[in-house]
Structure formats: structure tokens, C-alpha cells
Ligand binder design. Sequence first.
Ligand code: PLP
Length: 365
Amino acid sequence: MNTPYYLIDEKKLLRNLKLIRRVRAVSGAKSVLALKCFSTWSVFGLMKPYMDGTTSSGVYEARLGREQFGKEVHAYSVGFSRQDVRVVRRYADKVIFNSLSQLEAFAREVRGLQVGVRVNPGFSHSHFDLADPARRYSRLGVRDAKALRQAAGLISGVMFHFNCENDDFRNLAQNLDRIGREYGDLLERLEWVSLGGGLHFTKLDYPLGAFCAKLKDFSARFGVQVYLEPGEAAITGSAELVTTVLDVVHNEVDIAIVDASTEAHMLDHLIYRTSAKIAAPGLGRFKVVIAGRSCLAGDVFGHHSLKIRLKPGSLVRIADAAGYTMVKKNWFNGLPMPSICVRRLDGTLEPVKRFSYKDYVASLS
Ligand SMILES: Cc1ncc(COP(=O)(O)O)c(C=O)c1O
């Protein structure tokens, strides 16, 4: 297999999936995969039995969820057009509007489906302002609690997405109590509540028992079906971006240029100014900057100390390459798009997607 390629390892994925199934069995909370994070449908066959369906952020994701995953389809969008709603209602079991104005405009269009709205509770847990759903002037969800209650007759559920990379269970527990205090009367009139994504409950050492007990209690207290919308938690640690060093240049430090790019293939490291973790080579004493091959000066995966000195031809495996990578990849600089390869449970390597110049041309006109 020529580099660069994303390599999804089904065994690693299965570890997360089993935890998700355990959460459903112990707490009763259903999990729908957030397709915005991960939409690589070649592994949906493995994921399907462990999850309850998908959630989407637009019409295409809702359709992908219906056609490639099946089970339950939640359709949410920050802004639906009337045409979108008419398309999305063909694929969705639940339609979740971002505002009361969208709910009122389209309630008749989605008659017969379960309908919800997103609520912005005014608090959140996020390490990044950019991804903070309750940031100042946030457009994400209904803020007006009184108007929300007045619209309760039109909805059967609500979605609170108020976490981003939250691995702090105590914080979550406190915020769930707060939701209970502030929205309990509304929840009692509804059938379901989605707590959104951003909960890192598949992380090693996460207190899964306490998490399940909390969700179960919340569900029983208000008589609602709880949903989770894991993106990152479903796929964390399950993929690598496999690259080859093309050149090593020196400017105060050694800089290894690999045949991939943060901007085109792992965009979130640029957006959030985070460093990539390197799965291989392992850690050691050779200091090197691993950088992408795009023209962007800041196309840098990170500063690392590795156990070998990288040279042209060395393989570099960039860790945690499943979430918000393949869904965001782009054709910047006309760089070859990494292929997608799956290591199946039985160990066989299956290339599931190769991109070519034709795909590049077809993405433009
Ligand atoms: C509404 C909603 N649900 C679920 C998710 C998935 O979040 P994560 O991948 O952090 O679990 C997001 C992420 O932005 C979201 O906005």
C-alpha cells in the first residue's frame, strides 16, 4: 500500500464499541454515531450491532446514515432550508431543529416524525472557545427558556450538546444535575433527551460505572430515553495516518517533511493548534519536527523526540487519525489524497478507497 493512507484498525475500534454497548446495557442510554466526526462507512458493518444509529448535521449525513448504517437516524442542522427538510424527512426518524423559529417554520413538514429542538443551557465544558457551544453569542440551540416551554407541545425531545472533549466525570455529573434543576419540568413532559457528544467515556480509566449510574438515574428521574451522540468516543485511538518522509531539511532543528499535510489531512491540529501524537517510530532521543508537504508555513504535525533519526523513506505513523480527519480532508495544493485502508478483525488489510487525479479534477470545474 502506497503512503499516505489512513489505516483503521477494527480491533481497536471494537474496544470502544464494546464499551458503548456496555453503557447501553447498564444505563439504558442509546448511542448514535455522530457522522460529522467519522463517516467512513466501510467499517459500519462492524459498528452497527454496538450502536443504535447515527446523528447528522446536514442532509447528506442523514442520508448516509440511513443508507449505510440503518437503525435510528437523527437529523439535526444548524440551519435547514425548506427543501432540506423535505429531503431529510425521508431519511430521519427524529428531526432536531436548532431554533424555535425553524421549529415553527417547519413543524408541519415533519408531522409524523419525532421532533426536537437543540437547547443551549448557557453552560458547557470545552477546552477551546472555538468549539464551545455556550460561547458568547453562540447560535447553537435555544436560549430562551420561557419560549422553549411554550413550544413544548410541538416537540417530543430536546438535545443538549454542551461538551467538547470532556473526560471529567465530576464536571459532567454536576452539569447533569444542573440540567435537571433548570429543565426538569420540561423533561418530564418529553419522551427523550440527547446529551450530545463530547464525552470521553471510552477513555482509559474513565469511571464508566458511575457514568452509567448517573445516566440511568437521570433517565428514571424524568422518565426520558437518554441518547448519547458519541463521535470521538466511538473511534478514539482506532486509526493512524501512515506517511513516508520525503526529505529532511535543517533550520536550527531537523525537519522531516512527510507525504501528508495537517491542513489537508488532519485539519483539526491546525484549527485547535494541537500537536499530533506519533504512533511510530517510538519515543527516543532524536529531536525532529514532523511537517507536512503543503506550502503553508505552519503545516507542522509537531515537535517530537523519536528513537530513530528520520531520513527519506522512513515511515511515520501519526496516531489518532480517525476523528474529524477523513470527513474534513481536502484537495489543498492538489496533494494526493490519502487512501483509506482497514485492518479487519482477522488481520487482513483491505484498501477500501483510493483517490486519484480524476477525483481531484472532479471536485472542481
Ligand atoms: C450536536 C453534536 N453532537 C455530537 C457531536 C460529536 O462530538 P464528539 O465527536 O466530540 O463526541 C458534536 C460535535 O461537535 C455535535 O456538535
